[in-house]
Design a protein around this ligand. Structure first.
Ligand SMILES: [Zn+2]
Length: 51
């Protein structure tokens, strides 16, 4: 039972990462730093909410 859960979770993550890595933090981008933030989360670097 547990063996079935792992591959399906991995494939979901893989597809998600390819299709939509997230949004680029505009604050960091203006500072010349490229930071990708998942939609709806806050930037880990500057704390800007990225929607
Ligand atoms: Zn940022």
């Amino acid at each position: 039972m547990l063996r079935l859960a792992n591959p399906s979770v991995r494939s979901v993550y893989g597809a998600h990462a390819q299709l939509m890595p997230g949004v680029r933090c505009p604050t960091c981008a203006s500072n010349g730093v490229e930071v990708w933030v998942l939609e709806g989360r806050r930037c880990a670097k500057c704390g800007t909410a990225c929607l």
